[in-house]
Write a protein that binds this ligand. Structure first.
Ligand SMILES: C[S@@+](CC[C@H](N)C(=O)[O-])C[C@H]1O[C@@H](n2cnc3c(N)ncnc32)[C@H](O)[C@@H]1O
Length: 211
């Protein structure tokens, strides 16, 4: 996952992180406080594990990180990390996450498609991955929860951002300072998840059914 061995790469490596992207998550966290001590984080597109390392540090031993990727991840020597190998486009992967997640405070996604060099295609694929991450957030986040996703800037990223505005009390687009100048990557952040009214209704129904 390390690309060019630039300053950010060396800085990440010197701090013991597996990928320069770890620094990006730190920059995002320092500004938006998306990782809370003692809580559960779902980290989608986690390999090789830079974000997972940062998330596991921030939630601490009382919290947990469920790291998900379509490719394997070298195990991390951190007790609060569980890795699930699976494609997030597959409903079965989402079921496996839900089985072990419990109450989730943050869903973070750094997923990126394999780029083809065809800008429209790459942007479209990135938007599909980001909207799938939002779907996972809808299915797992507790009210008040936090969502963060990478997305390539495009008309679709704006559409997704508008959707997020309906579902989160606070939303923001952000490009971390360590992003390469030519990169189309950006991040969308949502805080204060509002559970959709129909789902809230379902919750209430379930509650009234239980003894
Ligand atoms: C930029 S890398 C993530 C780097 C990681 N956050 C880190 O800090 O080490 C993007 C990852 O998204 C994963 N990915 C792409 N499509 C996916 C999918 N459909 N389901 C799960 N993971 C996917 C890739 O396998 C890749 O590991």
């Amino acid at each position: 996952m390390y690309q060019k061995k630039d300053g950010a790469y060396r800085e990440a490596k010197s701090q013991g992180y597996r990928a320069r992207s770890a620094l990006k998550l730190k920059q995002i966290h320092n500004k938006f406080r998306i990782l809370k001590s003692g809580t559960t984080v779902i980290d989608i597109g986690a390999s090789p594990g830079g974000w997972t390392q940062v998330a596991a540090e921030k939630v601490g031993p009382g919290g947990k990180v469920i790291a998900v990727d379509i490719v394997d991840m070298e195990p991390l020597d951190m007790e609060n990390v569980t890795f699930i190998k699976g494609d997030i486009m597959d409903e079965h992967t989402i079921e496996r996450i839900r089985e072990i997640a419990g109450e989730v405070t943050s869903v973070i996604s750094d997923m990126a498609p394999k780029t083809t060099g065809i800008a429209d295609l790459d942007r479209g694929r990135s938007a599909i991955l980001a909207s799938m991450a939002l779907e996972v957030a809808r299915k797992t986040l507790k009210p008040g929860g936090i969502f963060l996703t990478k997305i390539f800037q495009s008309a679709e990223s704006e559409e997704l951002f508008l959707e997020m505005k309906q579902e989160f009390a606070y939303t923001k687009r952000f490009r971390p300072p360590s992003t390469r100048k030519r990169s189309v990557e950006m991040y969308l952040i949502g805080k204060g998840f509002r559970m959709p009214a129909h789902e809230q209704g379902l919750e209430d129904e379930h509650q009234s059914e239980s003894p």
